[in-house]
Design a protein around this ligand. Sequence first.
Ligand SMILES: [Zn+2]
Length: 492
Amino acid sequence: MKPSTHIILRARFLLPLAGADKTLRIEDGYVLAEGEKIKEVGRFTPEIAKRILATYGDHLQILGKKGQGPGIPCLNGVLLPAFVKAHGHDHEQPLIGIAKDEPLTAWLDHAVNPFTGFINKQYDSLTHELGVTPHIATYRMARLCDIHYGITTSMVHHCNHNKYHFKEIALVNEWAGTTMIVAIGGQDRHYVAELLDQPEDALLRLEQALSITGLLRTSFCPGPDQIFSNSRKILVPLKEWARKHGTLFHIHSSEEPKTTRWFKEAIEPGKTPVEFAESIGILDEDSVLAHQVNCGPRDVEILAKTKAKVVHNPLANTILGSGMPPIIEMLKAGVPVAISTDGSGSADNQNIMAAARLAAQYQKAKYQDATLLKSQELLEMITSIPAKMLRQDQGELAVEKRADFILLTLDKPNLVPTRLDNVMENIIWAADGSEIDTVVTRGRVLKEGGRVLNFSDGTSPEKIMSTVQRLSELFVEHKKTAPELKGTGAHK
Ligand SMILES: [Zn+2]
């Protein structure tokens, strides 16, 4: 058989979420990918089938085709753009279910920093035990989960102890086939002492990351951990670096109420994190703030004026009891808002459709207004809006866009009945996340028939899962005798 140069996927429903009319819903639609890009997209007809089969013949990979019968089968599912995650942490995947029912700072002390510190300190022994570095094992698991939920592109905030491991995450991302911006972390105050940087340390990491060769799907930008844990002395040169290199600049902001209050009272007296960020000149259209939960009207004004962008993570914000940001006010003021999952340590899963649903449920209830955040808008907030935010040419199914798309199967009891008039609504309100059947990125199939395929280095999903299962058992064992961390995040 000749190698295929084109991929076609035909499905009962197509939601392009593209062009001037994003409401468009097509019955019996298809996408044809040529290399990394979309060559054709639209309503399917017998004439199109005839032409495509005649033109591409043996070079055509027909997704979902079982047996050797002629033609292009219409799969019982919804074809839509792959999801884009504008804020997450790949180092948290082994932490699901750990240190629950605690606020952010306690959770950092009890879950994230003990785990990332553990895999750094026991790097050699864990590598020996697992047959792979604990970082690679962890990052592989996170990639697997993203693909499982139909996410092909993400901004990974590589914080705390992980900031030193940018080469490993880049490598894993290349193997997984996803697209990633690694926001490399840093901090110089109010954090675990051994992690504190001088500005030149943080800048050096960025330079070292840029010197890694052979990366096709991975890029880097400054990602200081939080505004409270970074002073002007380090934030200003990091933003300068971003401007010089034309990259984004990513940071957690105003996530938790106590920390945000403490910031205004004691860290930068009289200023909210956003007011402080504006005062030192680090906010502009390339600044992407995660959370911005505890956000007043003046903060919203500043965000709108500076054109900074916000990534809302409702799963983490509710589980950690941080509160929920004023999304409706931000949208009214013209602030771009994407919906994301955050890391799996706080959100406990990467089901970005569930994140979109929760965002809408909260705002509808808060304002007692069911008309807020309709399904189409929510789908855009997990596809085209974050794609634009991350400057990725995807998130819409249109000719010449990057061929990143997914098939959501309708062969599930929870999605029956689905028709043209309720297909968008069912994805938000009735899907449970397990329906992602097929995932294609840059014209490469990452998941088909409900199964994530082996990574390009040959690692199977089963191997990835069993390794992380073992790693988590070793961590829990270690935690029993490890001294307790206190004061991470520094709120007293
Ligand atoms: Zn986060």
